[in-house]
Design a binder for this molecule. Structure first.
Ligand code: SF4
Length: 94
């Protein structure tokens, strides 16, 4: 029986085609909004971070399009869209 494949190894097989513009953005001026904080721990791709000033930052490249941040944070603080056709994640493993 073969060893299970770790999640990071699986994600490393995926391909991401970035669009011209990020498909998810934090709405301007809301970077310190506490509603963004759950995404720092919950985003499975680790795309949300917090800087020393307490601002939440998002780098949407590598997004798995799972919708977790949309559900946890809400559309009052995020502009959330799927990527344009052909852009975004291409799963290679399951
Ligand atoms: S949709 Fe999922 S992978 Fe993409 S930024 Fe939100 S939580 Fe992270």
């Amino acid at each position: 029986m073969s060893a299970p494949v770790e999640i990071k190894a699986k994600l490393g097989l995926d391909v991401f085609k970035p669009g011209k513009e990020p498909h998810i953005r934090i709405k301007p001026g809301l970077e310190r909004d506490p509603r963004l904080k759950p995404a720092i721990k919950a985003c499975p791709a680790g795309l949300y971070t917090e800087n020393a000033e307490g601002e939440v930052l998002l780098s949407a490249e590598g997004c798995l399009e799972c919708g977790t941040c949309r559900l946890l944070c809400g559309l009052e603080v995020l502009d959330w869209n799927y990527p344009e056709g052909g852009d975004g994640v291409q799963y290679r493993y399951g």
